[in-house]
Design a protein around this ligand. Sequence first.
Ligand SMILES: [Zn+2]
Length: 386
Amino acid sequence: MELKNYVSLCKDCRNRQGFIDRKNLDEPNECFICNNLMSKLGTISNTLVARLSDGYEFRTFQIGVSLPSSYIEREDNIRSRLKIKGRNNIKNQFLLNLREMFKHALLKEIDYVSPDIRIDLVINEKNEAFFNIVPAPIVLACKYLKKRRGIAQKSKGLAVTRNQILEDLQGENSFSLEEVISEYLKQLTLGEKVKFSWIGGEDKESLVLGKGRPFFAEVIGPKRRVLTEHNISLKENGIELCVLSTSRMLPQSPLKFDSTTRVSITAERLISIKDLECLTSLSGRTIWFRNKKKIIRKAVHSVKLGKIDGKNFVLDVFAEGGLHIKQFVGGKEYCEPNISTILGLKCECLSFDIMDVWLRDQHALEVFQRLPIRKNVNERKGMIWG
Ligand SMILES: [Zn+2]
């Protein structure tokens, strides 16, 4: 070890090796290990604080750093020559100091497991600092109502902007619910992307009424994350959205739900109440149908006959979520039993509206606290309502 190298260490790098500091020692022009990086900690911390003060909401953070490998190699080199062991290395010390500075400057807590925000810091050989700020996704438990026909639930995957949606006042372009909600939530959270986890679905021409359909929206890269549960709602062009609560994770498995669907049906000839009475036998039945290559089973809790007009009639079906309504009416694809065969009449579904959705899961009970949740479906079995 040349004395030259020992002398040309900055104060931090000397102390870290356990060298006894000589008083009145001038700081070297350039530290042999860190190129004077340690003296720039304050500036780096200030820059980072300024970047994060620009709209990032978070309570906890975690910082990781990548230093040039040459810094670590030079320190290792000195340590192996002088047989210095069991001391913090430059990377650990840099990170510890930075975390502490940062914690005090912003009054935020460090969370190693699940931080609100992750900061990746890269330092190059010129001691220039590059930050990558990665907010953890947030999951919003929401519900929506659809009060106008002609709005598809899911998007076709085309990119749209909020301005395009706002300019489309008459709904001529018929943006999907997914697109409208996605833009709204991105604006609300300043997030980059929204992923949806639906709890059931409906047709473009279907309305969604009652208390609305619950669903989850996961916002990727949100700058704002401290969303109050109140007053977050959207009413736009027939779409009503309400954000009910926030959570960290999407449900791990599909949620169980029931829904009441008002189905408009047309038969191949004129029909009477008497013709349709036999449909009440569907209450309490299990329906088997084909979905893609699978045979699926869903329970119909009850059916109620509505208005009859010539060939057309209305049926309210209270059933387990996921029953394929069009198949259930027409029976073109495998569905057993179905309305057409029970009536002995060819029938077709003209349209259907979702009158209400009822969640049954424990997870849903916890997350969608402000939705009406039906704990015991049997209470309503066979019940007639309108
Ligand atoms: Zn140094």
